[in-house]
Design a protein around this ligand. Structure first.
Ligand code: 1HE
Length: 264
């Protein structure tokens, strides 16, 4: 279903919903979905105006590539102060994505480079088609990451791998993306969106508080000392367990009304 109202008015994105899943598609294919200030602002608008019945999201890119990163044509006119604020605007948007209300699955194909990789790394799960490739050309452009990449990408692939990408301009293919931990699912060309939507539909069936705990508590616990992490885990578990949603799901299992864990 096409979105209505505010979400339908955004000219650089296409927003559609399928039940509890919202699909946000970057719609600047002529510029390889390069992220300009207006595109960044529109992504933020979607994230802070999610309809209440949405429980998971998918992000994809129109055309031959997922995203060519920062719109470089805008960079040449910025002074130092403007550059700081610009980077902080990326942080605000990608924080709204990573620490929003619902999990986000990225459907990746073609170029996933620079700020495009920063966007992908703020998502919760990454699905890559065979055509996908990953790079950080900031080194060649004389700049540095500014969209949260230095925080998020090493947490996925390690500092050494990110250093290699930035210093040497190395580009990882879909297989290497999978091997380094950047990519969780690898699919044939043309299958990425369907896989991402299927995963999002599955995620949307979880209890919202469980998903919230995974999104908000898990990455923070990973940064804590073990003692603080364990206490935070207990508090989060107690909150999740005591929701009516959890109580009903536990009862359903005990009454043999719920599915078992199955392979594959
Ligand atoms: C762009 C951008 C862009 C394409 N900003 N306009 N990102 C990069 O350094 C990647 C730069 N882009 C590329 O390397 C290539 O465009 C691609 C490999 C992504 C795609 O190649 P291709 O052959 O399909 O397209 P193209 O012919 O290079 O580009 C088509 C048009 O998109 C062309 O404009 P046109 O007016 O001549 O048609 C390109 O100029 C334009 N285009 N990418 C602006 N990025 C928060 S900090 C983040 C820092 C970064 O992201 S740095 C990395 C930036």
């Amino acid at each position: 279903q096409p979105a209505t109202g505010l979400l339908a008015s955004l000219d650089l994105l296409r927003v559609e919903t399928a039940g509890p899943v919202l699909h946000l598609r970057l719609m600047r294919p002529a510029k390889r979905n390069a992220i300009s200030d207006p595109l960044l602002a529109q992504i933020h608008t979607v994230l802070v105006n999610l309809p209440a019945d949405i429980r998971a999201m998918v992000i994809s890119g129109e055309g031959e590539h997922f995203c060519a990163g920062l719109d470089l044509s805008e960079l040449v006119e910025r002074d130092v102060g403007g550059a700081v604020l610009h980077s902080r605007a990326w942080h605000a948007t990608f924080d709204a994505l990573q620490f929003g209300r619902v999990p986000v699955v990225a459907a990746l194909h073609g170029a996933v480079v620079g700020g495009g990789l920063e966007l992908a790394s703020a998502c919760h799960i990454r699905v890559a088609e065979d055509s996908a490739y990953f790079g950080l050309p900031e080194g060649q452009r004389g700049i540095f990451v500014g969209g949260g990449g230095s925080v998020r990408i090493p947490r996925l692939v390690g500092v050494a791998c990110m250093t290699d990408l930035m210093l040497t301009g190395r580009v990882l293919d879909a297989d290497e993306g999978r091997a380094t931990g950047l990519v969780q699912y690898r699919v044939a060309d043309g299958q990425g969106l369907a896989k991402a939507v299927a995963l999002a539909q599955r995620i949307a069936t979880n209890a919202p508080m469980s998903n919230y705990a995974v999104m908000h508590a898990l990455p923070r616990i990973a940064e804590m000392a073990p003692g603080e992490g364990l206490l935070t885990e207990s508090l989060m578990a107690a909150i999740a367990e005591s929701t009516p949603d959890a109580q009903e799901r536990l009862r359903a299992f005990l009454d043999k009304r719920a599915g078992k864990v199955v392979k594959g």
